[in-house]
Design a protein around this ligand. Structure first.
Ligand SMILES: [Zn+2]
Length: 224
């Protein structure tokens, strides 16, 4: 790993996707953090035009910085969709600087948006691992789990109701005196279904269980 002067406000460290650049000192919004540098490639030069790597930074139609060189510490900066820094591209000077767009605290990873083209080509196919995309995925997974829970609950309530209706029909056939009581608990079942929807699955399970227990009791007590 290239050596970095302790006067610099950053260091190379482990990030979610491998290595990244992390602040070691507070960096103020608007501060220039580091230059993204490397040999200039001229698109009119055939040999230059053949060079391909992930660290090419296009300045304009003609000039591109080849940032794959070891001394270019800025190449360690990862992409983020909601970054705390940006690339300040100066085509006339043929230079790129990474500048803070937020106050950055020591320990925070420094990120900038690599741009739509890079995102489409390299990040979208493997899934962007930046904080905001990870958060989005987490929320989506939680929503999926919640939807599955609701579906399971519905199926359980339906099964309990079916079992209870079966028991009620049996009870009705065997003892007329018990029908009124059975209808009462059938009504209760309808009520607990709506309540279960808003509560946790344990509440739904216990209400479903108590309904079927009640139904079984009524069924057995109906026998002479
Ligand atoms: Zn992202």
């Amino acid at each position: 790993m290239p050596a970095i002067s302790s006067r610099k406000p950053y260091r190379i460290g482990r990030s979610r996707t491998g290595l990244g650049l992390f602040a070691t000192k507070p960096i103020k919004k608007g501060d220039e953090i580091i230059e993204y540098f490397g040999p200039l490639l001229d698109s009119r030069n055939e040999k230059h035009d053949e060079i391909e790597n992930k660290y090419l930074f296009e300045l304009n139609g003609r000039w591109t910085i080849d940032g794959s060189v070891r001394r270019n510490i800025a190449r360690y900066i990862n992409h983020a969709c909601r970054p705390n820094a940006e690339s300040d591209v100066q085509p006339r000077n043929r230079k790129v600087f990474i500048r803070a767009i937020k106050n950055i605290q020591p320990g925070e990873e420094i990120n900038y948006d690599y741009g739509t083209e890079y995102f489409k080509e390299f990040l979208k196919p493997i899934g962007c691992k930046c904080d905001s995309c990870e958060k989005k995925r987490k929320i989506a997974r939680a929503e999926e789990r919640a939807a599955k829970k609701v579906a399971k609950k519905r199926a359980e309530t339906r099964a309990a109701k079916k079992a209870m209706n079966g028991a009620a029909a049996a009870g009705k056939a065997k003892a007329n005196g018990k029908t009124a009581h059975m209808n009462g608990s059938a009504h209760l079942n309808g009520k607990s279904k709506t309540a279960a929807k808003r509560k946790t699955s344990t509440a739904a399970k216990s209400s479903a269980a108590s309904v079927s227990k009640r139904a079984a009791k009524a069924g057995s007590s109906a026998r002479p």
